[in-house]
Design a protein around this ligand. Structure first.
Ligand code: NAI
Ligand code: AKG
Length: 534
C-alpha cells in the first residue's frame, strides 16, 4: 500500500507533484491545519504530515496519529511541533534548514530600512494626500552599528548584507567562532556589549528556554537611546509589553516585527505605536523560498517513506538514500543483537557498549546504535523504534558507549554488544553475510555461527553428553521443527550454549521439560523481527 501524506498548511503545490511522482498518495488540504479538531479526527489516516507554521502538532495530535511516521516542516522553526512527544512515539520530525534563509534575511534587511526611513507610515500618509515631508525624517544605515543576535544560517546572511551596506556589524552567538566572524567580516562580541553598541539590533536565534524573553525591560535598559530593533525570528524572543513601553518612551526609536508572541496576532501591545512596522510572519514568504522548502520537504518525506532515507531530521541521525540499502541489513543485525540481549536480560540495564569492527565502523554508526537500542528496549516496550529508543534509553539511565575499530578478526565487519546489569555482563556479536542475512557469531564469548530466525530458543548448559538428544526429543514430541541447531562451548566440559532456530514458537511447558534436565542451566524462547521463511 502506498504511503499517505496530508499537507495541512499552505505549501507550494510543487510538493504535491513530487509526492505523486515518488509514489506517495497525497491529500492537499492547505487550511485543515488551522482546524485542530478536524486534524485530530483525520490524522490517524496518514503516514506523513507536511506543514508550515499554522498547523500545531500537539501531544494530543501525536497521540491520535496511530500510523504517522514523519512530520515534515517546510521551513526552519519546529516550535509548532511537540518534538519530545513525537520522538517518544517514534515519529521523525524533519525541517528544511536552508530553503528560506536568504528570503528571511532579506526581510530583516527590508525591516531595517522600513524602520530607518518609516516607509510604511510615510506611504500611508502620502496616499492619504497629506504630504508630511518634515514628519518623516529618517536615519542612514551606512556607518551605523548593526548588532546581530544569533549568527547561524539567517543571521550570517543578514551580517553579510549589513557589511555590504557599509554597516559596522557586530554579532553575539555562543557558537560563533572567531574564524567564522573574521570570514564574515564582522566582530564577535558578548551580548551586553552588543546591547550597548548597536544602533540596529536584529534577532536570529531559535526559540529556546534560554532565548525566550531575551529582549525584556533589563535588556532594553542596556541599549543605546534611539536603538531600532528588528525581529524576524520568533515572537517570544521579545517581551512585547516591555518593548511597547520602551517605544512609547522614545528609548527605542523603531521596531520591525514579523513574528509575535501569539500568532495569528490579531492584537498586540505593539500595534498602533508610532514607527512600529509589522508584517504577519512573512519572513519566508517569497515564491522562491516557498518553492524551495516545498520541494525539499516533499523529497525528504518521500525518501523516508519509500526508501528509509533520513535527512534533516531533528530527532534522528541522517541516513542517505545511497547508504540506506547498504545500511539496512546492518540495521536488522543491530536490532537483532539488541533484541537478543533485551530478551535474555531480566534485570535493569546500567550500561551498554557497542563495538563496530571492520567495514561497519565506517558506516552510519549513530543510526546503528539507535537500532541496537530499539531492539534492546523492544523486549520491554513494544512501541519503540530508532527515533524513540535513544530517548527511552536515556530516560532509563542507560549509559551508552560506542567504539569503532579496524578489522580485528576473520569477518570483514561485525558488531559486538555488551550489556551490563547489576548482576552480570553479557555480550553478543553478529555479522551480515554476503546473502544480506544477519547471523550471531558469538555469545558470552563463545563462537557460534547461527542464522537468525523469527522463533529461536537459547539454552545455557554444562558441556555434557546428551544435550542435542534432549532438545531434539523434547521438541520433536511437541511437534516443533528445528530448522537450525548451533552449539558452542568455551572448553570441553565447560560452559556451553545452544541456539536453535525453530519453525514455530515453543511454549513454556515444553521449555520446562528442557529446564528439568540436570545439565541445563537456562532455556529461553526468543523472538526476532525476521520474516518467516515461506
Ligand atoms: N520569520 C520567518 O518567517 C522565519 C523565521 N525563522 C526563524 O529564524 C531563526 C533563525 O533561523 P536560522 O538562522 O535558520 O537558525 P540557525 O539554527 O541556523 O541559527 C540560529 C543561531 O542562533 C544561535 N543561538 C542559539 N541560542 C542563542 C542565544 N542564546 N544567543 C545567541 N545566539 C544563539 C545558534 O548558535 C545558531 O547559530 C529561527 O528562530 C527560525 O525559526 C526562520 C525562517 C523564517
Ligand atoms: O512557513 C512560514 O511562513 C514560516 C517560516 C518560518 O517561520 C520558519 O521557517 O521557521
Amino acid at each position: 500500500m502506498a504511503p499517505r501524506v496530508l499537507v495541512s498548511d499552505k505549501l507550494s503545490e510543487t510538493a504535491v507533484q513530487i509526492f505523486r511522482d515518488r509514489g506517495v498518495e497525497v491529500d492537499f488540504q492547505p487550511n485543515l491545519g488551522k482546524d485542530k479538531d478536524k486534524l485530530l479526527e483525520v490524522i490517524d489516516q496518514y503516514d506523513g504530515l507536511a506543514i508550515r507554521s499554522a498547523t500545531k502538532v500537539t501531544e494530543k495530535i501525536i497521540a491520535a496519529a496511530s500510523r504517522l511516521k514523519v512530520v515534515g516542516r517546510a521551513g526552519i522553526g519546529v516550535d509548532n511541533v511537540d518534538i519530545p512527544a513525537a520522538s517518544k512515539k517514534g515519529i521523525i520530525v524533519m525541517n528544511t534548514p536552508f530553503g528560506n534563509s536568504i528570503t528571511t534575511a532579506e526581510h530583516a534587511i527590508a525591516m531595517i530600512f522600513a524602520v530607518a526611513r518609516q516607509i510604511p507610515a510615510a506611504d500611508a500618509s502620502t496616499q492619504a494626500g497629506k504630504w508630511e515631508k518634515s514628519r518623516f525624517m529618517g536615519v542612514e544605515v551606512t556607518g551605523k552599528t548593526l548588532g546581530v543576535v544569533g549568527c547561524g544560517n539567517i543571521g550570517s546572511i543578514v551580517a553579510q548584507r549589513g557589511v555590504g551596506l557599509r554597516m559596522r556589524v557586530i554579532a553575539f552567538d555562543p557558537f560563533l567562532s572567531q574564524e567564522r566572524a573574521t570570514q564574515l567580516g564582522i566582530e564577535k562580541v558578548e551580548l551586553d556589549d552588543l546591547f550597548k553598541r548597536a544602533d540596529f539590533i536584529t534577532l536570529h536565534t531559535p526559540m529556546t528556554d534560554k532565548t525566550r524573553g531575551m529582549i525584556n525591560k533589563d535588556a532594553l535598559a542596556q541599549m543605546k537611546d534611539g536603538v531600532r530593533i528588528v525581529n524576524c525570528a520568533r515572537g517570544g524572543l521579545i517581551v512585547e509589553a516591555d518593548l511597547a513601553e520602551a517605544l512609547k518612551s522614545g528609548k527605542v526609536a523603531g521596531a520591525g516585527i514579523d513574528v509575535f508572541e501569539t500568532e495569528p496576532a490579531t492584537e498586540s501591545p505593539l500595534f498602533g505605536i508610532e514607527n512600529v512596522v509589522c508584517t504577519p510572519h512573512l519572513g519566508a514568504s517569497t515564491t522562491e523560498a516557498q518553492e524551495n522548502v516545498a520541494l525539499q520537504v516533499a523529497e525528504q518525506m518521500a525518501d523516508y517513506l519509500t526508501r528509509g532515507a533520513v535527512s534533516n531530521a531533528i530527532n534522528m541521525p541522517s541516513i542517505t538514500a545511497e547508504e540506506a540499502p547498504i545500511l539496512t541489513p546492518f540495521v536488522k543485525l543491530a536490532e537483532c543483537l539488541g533484541a537478543f540481549a533485551g530478551q535474555v536480560t531480566e534485570e535493569a540495564i546500567s550500561s551498554v557498549e557497542i563495538v563496530y569492527d571492520g567495514l561497519v565502523s565506517d558506516m552510519n554508526t549513530k543510526a546503528l546504535t539507535s537500532a541496537v537500542l530499539a531492539g534492546l528496549i523492544r523486549s520491554q516496550v513494544a512501541d519503540v523504534n530508532m527515533v524513540s529508543a535513544p530517548i527511552m534509553a536515556r530516560e532509563r539511565g542507560i549509559q551508552i558507549t560506542e567504539a569503532k575499530r579496524d578489522k580485528s578478526g576473520v569477518f570483514d565487519s561485525f558488531i559486538k554488544l555488551t550489556v551490563v546489569t547489576e548482576k552480570q555482563t553479557r555480550s553478543v556479536a553478529g555479522t551480515v553475510f554476503s546473502d544480506g542475512k544477519p547471523r550471531f557469531i558469538q555469545i558470552k564469548g563463545i563462537n557460534i555461527d547461527a542464522e537468525i530466525g523469527e522463533h529461536m530458543v537459547y539454552t545455557t548448559n554444562n558441556d555434557a553428553p546428551g544435550i542435542i538428544g534432549l532438545l531434539g526429543t523434547v521438541f520433536g514430541k511437541a511437534g516443533v521443527n528445528i530448522a537450525n541447531f548451533q552449539l558452542g562451548r568455551n572448553r570441553p566440559g565447560g560452559d556451553a550454549i545452544a541456539l536453535l532456530y525453530v519453525d514455530s514458537p515453543v511454549s513454556n511447558e515444553v521449555l520446562d521439560e528442557v529446564r528439568a534436565h540436570k545439565e541445563i542451566l537456562s532455556a529461553k524462547p526468543l523472538k526476532f523481527d525476521i520474516p518467516p521463511v515461506a
